[in-house]
Design a protein around this ligand. Structure first.
Ligand code: GLN
Length: 395
């Protein structure tokens, strides 16, 4: 057989469906409610600092594990907000987005054969992250409508081979915000089985209706076994800047930094300067951010329900998982294709969030990190849906 093929690893997963939906959307001139990135401007202050940093010739490599001002800002803010001491020099590593932070962490801590517990539905990157790092995934189901998990099922997923659990709270794609009692259950299992929590907290500041974000690192005994992953993308509406970070216990930092260094060397230096300024924004910024997303959530919920989608109300992050079985639809991917081509609205097929695609076949995810006028345009276009659906998708 020819050797001009991809590796075994690379053939085990497909291209990202989320990013493919954006490409399809652009092809058809749709309203993009698929890939979660804002279509409104980033805060002026941080744009100014980024421009100034380039003018000031901050144009060469930053320290591999992150420019000091940003690392110190990350440590300072985590401590100020959650009361947990973080030492920038020993615990913070800046990466090219939280995507790289997750990959570097997985590659740094996983050996082939190690098991990793993943809640399902999951953000699609975690599948390839597991394959590329050699992990054997063990899935635990979050069940709608409230996306709760069965404590017995979670406990049964842990064993001697469990190296880590991947957690994402506030959660993409479900909008679930893990409650303290749930995190305590997870933490107890991590302590019992000597496992690491890899906690993706990229939606840290986006929660609603009285829910609060609790970092699992703050639960008793977890600071020494948690890698917290975060970044500028969602909090400051700069998903294209690719600046993220890990906060790790000192025992794991060296491994993460080595992998990160040889993968990417470092994140963009001038944008790290802007990141330090961003983390200095006043608390009101975060209050306003959550309030704005709550308004957009309510608006998109209203729109989708009016167009006959069954919605699972999110309490955090900026996605709405919907059920499309009311349309008589059997194939989420086909439905999403028709939606973008014929209606002009892009969403993400539910199957991309499940190991077994069949489990997501009746689901579709919409994002609302968009201007009101963008959502209104989606509303207008969705008006066409009823006329289009009877064939070929309706049974
Ligand atoms: N988090 C975003 C989403 O789920 C996309 C992130 C990305 O494409 N890197 O849509």
């Amino acid at each position: 057989m020819s050797k001009l093929t991809g590796s075994k690893k690379a053939t085990q997963f497909t291209e990202s469906v989320i990013r493919e939906m954006t490409r399809l959307n652009d092809l058809h001139g749709g309203v993009n409610l698929s890939q979660g990135f804002p279509d409104f401007p980033a805060p002026q202050l941080i744009k100014d600092v980024a421009c100034q940093a380039i003018q000031d010739d901050i144009n060469q490599y930053a320290v591999t594990w992150g420019a000091r001002p940003l690392r110190e800002a990350v440590a300072r803010e985590f401590t100020r907000r959650y009361g947990l001491p973080v030492v920038a020099d020993e615990q913070v590593t800046v990466c090219c987005g939280s995507t790289e932070a997750m990959m570097s962490t997985m590659m740094a801590v996983i050996d082939p054969g190690d098991e990793v517990v993943i809640f399902e539905p999951f953000y699609e990157n975690y599948g390839p992250d597991a394959i590329l790092s050699g992990a054997t995934p063990r899935y635990v189901t979050l069940r709608e409508p409230d996306w709760s998990f069965d404590p017995a099922e979670l406990a049964a997923a842990f064993n001697n081979k469990t190296k880590a659990i991947i957690l994402n709270t506030p959660n993409n794609p479900t909008g679930k915000v893990f409650r303290r009692e749930e995190l305590e259950m997870i933490a107890a299992l991590c302590r019992k089985w000597d496992a690491i929590a890899i906690s993706d907290e990229i939606y840290e500041h986006i929660f609603y209706d009285g829910h609060r974000h609790v970092p699992i690192a703050t639960i008793e005994g977890m600071a020494e076994r948690t890698v917290t992953i975060n970044g500028l993308s969602k909090t400051y509406s700069v998903t294209g800047w690719r600046v993220g970070w890990t906060i790790s216990p000192p025992s794991l930092t060296g491994a993460i930094r080595k992998v990160h260094d040889f993968l990417t060397v470092g994140a963009a230096a001038p944008l790290q300067e802007a990141g330090a300024a961003a983390l200095g924004l006043p608390d009101q910024y975060y209050v306003d951010l959550a309030a704005k997303y709550q308004r957009l959530r309510d608006m998109l919920l209203g729109i989708l329900e009016r167009h006959h989608f069954t919605c699972y109300k999110p309490y955090g992050a900026y996605y709405i998982m919907t059920d499309i079985s009311g349309f008589g639809v059997r194939d989420d991917v086909e439905f999403a294709r028709v939606l973008v081509k014929e209606v002009g609205v892009a969403a993400v097929p539910g199957s991309s969030f499940y190991k077994d695609p069949a489990r997501g076949r009746t689901k579709l995810r919409f994002c609302y990190c968009k201007r009101e006028q963008t959502l209104l345009e989606a509303d207008r276009r969705l008006g066409k849906l009823a006329a289009i659906l009877p064939q070929p998708l309706r049974t």
